[in-house]
Design a protein around this ligand. Structure first.
Ligand SMILES: [Fe+2]
Length: 481
C-alpha cells in the first residue's frame, strides 16, 4: 500500500480480512477497490458485487494467480474494471489504477454533461411554449433522477380557488393530495413553513438495522415575488445527504417550473380576454340576425354529439366549441339589409353574403391560438361535390371541421324559421341530409349524425323544444347562407 503513495489525494485502507472489507464498503464511500479473487471463504466476486451495489461509480480491479478465461469473462461481465494476473509489476498495477480513475473521472463528467443537457432541453421546451403538464412532468422526473430521490412532487397554486394542488408526482403513490403526500413522507406541516424559502430537513434513520441519511427538500416556486407552488423531494441515501451541487440543480429546476407555470397562466389569461372579445363580436352578429338567435349554441350541441360519434380526440373537441361559436363571425361584414332580407337575395347580395367565410378567416388570422378554428370559419360552406364556396374544394380536401359544420349548420337551418321560409320538422331535416349525402355532405358525417340522432344523443327535444314540428311539407332550402 505504501507503494501507492502517488495517489495521495485518496485515503487508502488495507484489509487482511475480506469480511471486514465487505463491512467497510457497505458503510463508507469508496472510489476504487483492489481485491484478490480468492480469499478463504470469501471471493473477490462478493467484494465486487457489494462495491457496485453500494457505489455504482466505483472501480473494482481483481487479482489472481490462477487465471482462466471463464473467470476473466465472468468478472468483467459483473462490472469489474480490469483483471491483473499475479505476479505483476508494480508499474502495471499503478497504470491500471490510473486508467481506472481516469475512466471514473470521464464517466462522472459525462453524467454532469447529461444533467446539463437535460437542463438545456427543458429550457428549450420552456422557450418553445410547449404544453404545461408534460413539461412539469419532465422537470419532476429530472429532479428524481438527478437527486436519486425516492419521490418528488410538484404543487401548484390554483389562484382562483386559492389552494395548492398536486400537479405531478413521481416515485410515490399517485392520486394522493399534497398534504397526504407530505404527511406520508414525514413532512407534516410543510405548507405552514415560510413559503418563500427553500427548506431542507435532514435526519438519520435505520432501515433493516443499517444507517441511512434522509433529506426532505422543499423548494418554492416563486414568480413576481409570490409563491406559486413547491417542488418537493425525498431522498434516502446510505452515503451522503443531498450535496450543495444537487441542491443548486433542484433550485434551477424549481425556477424552470415556476416560469412554465407563470407563462401558461399569462397565456391562458390573454387567450381568455381575446376569446371574450371575439365572442362578444359573434354575439353582436347573432343579435343582428333576427332569425339566427341561439344558432351557434345549437350548432355546437349538435356538432359535439356527432364529433363524439366520429371518435374525435380531446384536442379536437376543445377547438370545436370555439369553431361553432365563431363560424359565422364574418357576417359582421354583411349589411343588415342583406342579412335580414325576407325575400330571395339578388346575385350581388348573394355574392356579398358568400364573402363571410373569408371575412371571418381574416378576422381570426392574426390571433395565433385561434388558428385551429379557421377551418370551421373558412370551410363550412364548401360542398362535398366541389360546388361550394369560397374555394370549391371537394371530398376530403375539405377540412373535416368544415364537413362536420356543413351538416349540423344545415340541420339547424332547416329546423328554424328563416327570412325566406318557415321551419320544418326533424324528419324532413334528416331526409334532406340523406338526399344531399355525397353531393353537399360528407357521407361519413351524415352517418355519424344519423346514428347520434337515432340513439337520442343529439337531444333535439332539448335543443328545439320538439323533435318534430308542424308537419311542414313545403320545400326547404338546404344550404344556409
Ligand atoms: Fe355561414
Amino acid at each position: 500500500m505504501e507503494s501507492l503513495g502517488e495517489f495521495e489525494d485518496f485515503l487508502v485502507n488495507k484489509f487482511t480480512n475480506a469480511g471486514k472489507a465487505i463491512e467497510y464498503i457497505g458503510e463508507n464511500v469508496v472510489d476504487l477497490v483492489l481485491t484478490d479473487l480468492v480469499m478463504g471463504k470469501y471471493s473477490g466476486v462478493q467484494i465486487l458485487e457489494t462495491t457496485l451495489k453500494n457505489h455504482p461509480e466505483a472501480i473494482v480491479i481483481l487479482m489472481t494467480g490462477y487465471p482462466t478465461v471463464k473467470t476473466a469473462i465472468s468478472v468483467l461481465k459483473k462490472g469489474g474494471y480490469d483483471y491483473l494476473i499475479k505476479p505483476f509489476k508494480l508499474e502495471d498495477l499503478k497504470s491500471t489504477i490510473r486508467r481506472g480513475l481516469e475512466h471514473q473521472r470521464i464517466r462522472r463528467e459525462n453524467l454532469e454533461l447529461r444533467s446539463q443537457l437535460e437542463l438545456m432541453k427543458i429550457s428549450e421546451a420552456l422557450a418553445g411554449g410547449g404544453k404545461l403538464y408534460p413539461l412539469l412532468t419532465r422537470i419532476v422526473e429530472s429532479a428524481v433522477r438527478e437527486i436519486e430521490a425516492e419521490a418528488a412532487s410538484l404543487v401548484v397554486l390554483d389562484r382562483k380557488a386559492e389552494k395548492y394542488r398536486l400537479r405531478c408526482l413521481s416515485g410515490s403513490e399517485p392520486g394522493k393530495s399534497v398534504e397526504e403526500f407530505l404527511r406520508a413522507e414525514g413532512l407534516k406541516g410543510a405548507l405552514s413553513l415560510d413559503r418563500d424559502k427553500a427548506h431542507t430537513i435532514k435526519e438519520e434513520i435505520k432501515i433493516e438495522g443499517k444507517p441511512y441519511k434522509r433529506s426532505y427538500v422543499i423548494y418554492p416556486l416563486i414568480s413576481k415575488g409570490q409563491n406559486i407552488g413547491f417542488l418537493n423531494l425525498v431522498s434516502t441515501n446510505r452515503f451522503s445527504y443531498i450535496s450543495p451541487g444537487q441542491e443548486h440543480l433542484v433550485s434551477l429546476l424549481a425556477s424552470m417550473a415556476a416560469s412554465a407555470v407563470e407563462s401558461t397562466y399569462m397565456d391562458k389569461n390573454l387567450r381568455k380576454s381575446y376569446l371574450l372579445t371575439i365572442k362578444a363580436l359573434a354575439n353582436a352578429v347573432e343579435a343582428r340576425d333576427v332569425y339566427t338567435a341561439g344558432h351557434t349554441n345549437r350548432v355546437y350541441r349538435l356538432a359535439k354529439s356527432t364529433a363524439r360519434k366520429m371518435g374525435w380526440e380531446n384536442d379536437q373537441m376543445m377547438e370545436l366549441r370555439n369553431g361553432c361559436i365563431l363560424h359565422d363571425i364574418g357576417k359582421i361584414g354583411v349589411p343588415d339589409a342583406i342579412l335580414n332580407k325576407p325575400g330571395k337575395l339578388t346575385e350581388r347580395e348573394r355574392k356579398i353574403m358568400q364573402e363571410h367565410p373569408e371575412t371571418g378567416a381574416r378576422i381570426l388570422h392574426r390571433i395565433p391560438f385561434l388558428k385551429p378554428v379557421t377551418p370551421y370559419v373558412l370551410s363550412h360552406h364548401e360542398r362535398y361535390d366541389g360546388t361550394g364556396y369560397p374555394h370549391g374544394l371537394a371530398g376530403e380536401n375539405i377540412p373535416i371541421e368544415g364537413r362536420l359544420l356543413a351538416v349540423v349548420d344545415t340541420f339547424d337551418a332547416i329546423m328554424t324559421d328563416r327570412p325566406y321560409r318557415p321551419s320544418a320538422d326533424a324528419q324532413k331535416a334528416l331526409e334532406e341530409l340523406i338526399r344531399f349525402k355525397c353531393k353537399q355532405f360528407d357521407p361519413a358525417v351524415v352517418d355519424a349524425f344519423m346514428e347520434a340522432y337515432h340513439e337520442g344523443s343529439l337531444n333535439c327535444r332539448a335543443i328545439y323544444g320538439r323533435s318534430s314540428l308542424k308537419g311542414e311539407t313545403k320545400p326547404v332550402q338546404t344550404a344556409p347562407v
